[in-house]
Design a protein. Structure first.
Length: 214
């Protein structure tokens, strides 16, 4: 702003413009920088992958997470991000060893939080698979469905883990299996995919389809 400058002895001194401000002859507008609170921008994407029957389980995990976050006075994602909760729901761990398979759960968090979350699964009722997954299984495509879901979770933030999160919902995954695209262009044309998702997941998706006999 030019209101102060270093003096000959290394100290800061008001410039003429600075003195004008001090005398009230000049006004200065200062920009207020805001600290943007970190949020889970992929929350809606993660929820799109939830089976309908698993929503109560996911909600129960969020209750545990919120309780722990409030006790520690930290944002909920510091405990576990939604992606980790989603993988818990998909794996449905019955032991701490099972829970260690979930993304984002290392030894430290397993020791600290494992016994807080595990009872949610041990006490949970046995739920029937969601209809899109059932249809895939009935057609012999259950493993393909699961592989596509897992693959996009690994790449949802891009190869470097720093890109905008992208995910196909479960309906789009079912359509991919039904249409059996042979290239990136065909994949992008499927409703719910598009060019951006096809560019990110296409190579891996096509490899999975090919490896599963397509």
């Amino acid at each position: 702003l030019g209101l102060a400058a270093l003096g000959s002895h290394g100290d800061w001194q008001l410039t003429e413009a600075g003195w004008e401000v001090m005398r009230g002859n000049r006004t200065v507008q200062l920009r207020k920088d805001t600290i943007r609170r970190k949020t889970e921008s992929n929350s809606s994407n993660v929820k799109a992958l939830l089976e309908d029957a698993d929503e109560p389980l996911f909600s129960a995990l969020k209750v545990v997470r919120r309780r722990l976050a409030e006790a520690q006075k930290v944002p909920a994602y510091v405990i576990f991000p939604d992606r980790t909760l989603l993988e818990m729901v998909q794996i449905k761990p019955q032991t701490l060893d099972d829970m260690a398979l979930c993304h984002g759960i290392g030894l430290k968090k397993l020791e600290r939080y494992g016994r807080e979350f595990l009872p949610v699964f041990i006490n949970a009722p046995v739920l029937q698979p969601e209809k899109r997954r059932l249809k895939a299984a009935a057609n012999g495509e259950g493993a393909t469905f699961d592989a596509l879901i897992a693959a996009q979770l690994d790449l949802q933030y891009g190869p470097a883990g720093t890109d905008k999160p992208l995910l196909c919902n479960r309906s789009a995954i079912a359509r991919i299996i039904e249409r059996q695209p042979k290239n990136i262009t065909e994949l992008a044309a499927i409703s719910g995919v598009g060019e951006a998702k096809a560019a990110r997941f296409g190579e891996l998706f096509l490899e999975i389809l090919n490896n599963n006999g397509h």
